[in-house]
Write a protein that binds this ligand. Structure first.
Ligand code: 3AM
Length: 184
């Protein structure tokens, strides 16, 4: 079994900006800066033949590249925040790509997570304490002016997630080009 997801990787200068932002937040479980990503679809633990099917479906997908900007810092989880993330400026071409990825995966017989897509780059996770949540919320509010990009997204990828001491490590295993269209 292989834990897989589909994501957009980030250029080095955006990773650096995010690492700087991350350092300004008191995160109990920071995400590894070298594998910051924007998840498009989560496939979960799948057998290798299913990963091969996902690869074939993604390799056949055609969608235009686009410009992306990160803007602001926010938290998932409402009253019990669990994830701190950099938000993404609205980009219809990103939403269209995500929808195409999801359809392509379903047509290939896979079952991507069906939750509503909220574009984000995870910076770190919380452990559940109330004082910790208050500290992170205050720091996130102070960093609300964060902005990185725009940069051009020219490809997306199939990623794997593996357990590692202190969390999980993520790595892109396949990359799929976007077309040089006009979007964004
Ligand atoms: O790094 P982010 O947060 O974008 O949160 C997990 C991570 O996304 C997400 O998939 C990415 C790689 O692990 N993830 C984990 N379990 C998930 C699930 N059941 C999930 N996304 C949706 N549904």
């Amino acid at each position: 079994m292989l834990r897989c997801f589909v994501a957009i990787g980030l250029p080095a200068e955006v990773q650096t900006a995010l690492a700087r932002l991350q350092a300004a937040l008191p995160l109990p479980r920071p995400a590894a800066a070298e594998s910051f990503h924007l998840t498009l679809a989560f496939l979960g633990d799948i057998v290798e033949t299913a990963a091969d099917e996902a690869h074939l479906a993604l390799a056949a997908l055609r969608a235009p590249g686009f410009a992306l900007t990160l803007e602001g810092v926010a938290l998932f989880g409402g009253a019990k925040p669990r994830v701190v993330y950099a938000a993404v400026a609205p980009q219809p071409a990103l939403m269209a790509l995500q929808a195409k990825v999801e359809v392509a995966l379903r047509r290939a017989g896979l079952s991507p997570d069906a939750r509503r897509f909220t574009p984000h780059v995870t910076l770190g996770r919380l452990t559940g304490g109330r004082a910790e949540a208050a500290r992170v919320e205050a720091a996130a509010a102070a960093a609300a002016g964060f902005r990185a990009g725009p940069w051009r997204v020219a490809h997306f990828g199939l990623w794997r997630s593996d357990p590692a001491p202190g969390g999980r490590i993520h790595a892109e295993i396949m990359r799929y080009p976007l077309t040089a269209g006009r979007a964004g």
